[in-house]
Write a protein that binds this ligand. Sequence first.
Ligand SMILES: NC(=O)c1ccc[n+]([C@@H]2O[C@H](COP(=O)([O-])OP(=O)(O)OC[C@H]3O[C@@H](n4cnc5c(N)ncnc54)[C@H](OP(=O)(O)O)[C@@H]3O)[C@@H](O)[C@H]2O)c1
Length: 268
Amino acid sequence: MPTVLITGTSSGIGKATVERFAAAGWQVVATMRQPADAADFDWPDDVLVERLDLNDANSILLAKTAAEARFGLVDVVVNNAGYGLTGAIETCSEAQVRAFFETNLFGTLRVIRTFLPQMRERDAGMLINVSSIGGRMTFPFYGYYNAGKHALESVSEAIWLELHDTGVRVKLIEPGFTQTDFATGGLQQGEHEIPFYAERIERLTQRLQQGQSGSPPTAIAEAIFRAANDPSSRLRYSAGKYAWLLLTLRRWLPDRVFMNLIRRAVAP
Ligand SMILES: NC(=O)c1ccc[n+]([C@@H]2O[C@H](COP(=O)([O-])OP(=O)(O)OC[C@H]3O[C@@H](n4cnc5c(N)ncnc54)[C@H](OP(=O)(O)O)[C@@H]3O)[C@@H](O)[C@H]2O)c1
């Protein structure tokens, strides 16, 4: 059976993804910042739980070494870990934005750089990068988060192009709103509170709470599992409710029409 290593498996989509692959008999390396978090999880004994913090390059190397010692070379790496930074472009401090990109973008790149050489050298392997519909469109007060996902999409396209004639595959999963801690944690203001935005963020929070009908994390785990089993060179997979519809509208509608649609749906 092939081996998959997944980041950010203490909750949400990452946890559901571990369960989906384990149920199919894959050799699973579940990584998280604090492995003690998995103590109560009802996972099969052969799931290997390892510490991996995106901000700690050594932890990534150690997780790779431990995975190889147990299962041999890793076939599929699922880059799922990350956190959300919300707030207006003006209200998030530079330190907040730098910390966010340091973890979500540079941390994910650290994982990619750790595993890609070995995949390229043996002409096989797959990177599955968990993006978002927000990697191809932008929502108010999610600007930095969306910018991070746009960057991940670009990097993934570059890898696809650079390795198109090899056996290495890169896949992007683009979920819509998903019921996890990440999404239900609500909108934050950012470090610099500005009354103008505070009022708008509050109004939007109330609207989002009323209309919350996201997908369960298991639906996204299913899309990740399908992508892992798709040997074709297909790059993008939408996942969860409304994701396909929104991505299709983004693709075909002129900018002005699409932006007005988003404005009416979510701008406060
Ligand atoms: N929920 C949505 O609506 C949605 C939509 C589209 C895309 N996504 C994407 O889906 C992915 C998973 O998010 P989720 O919704 O499942 O949220 P979640 O339940 O909050 O899971 C995020 C995971 O990332 C981990 N993480 C955070 N910082 C880390 C770091 N420095 N090093 C290693 N792990 C770290 C968290 O670990 P700790 O427990 O240690 O904090 C947690 O396990 C993210 O990439 C997110 O952008 C989510």
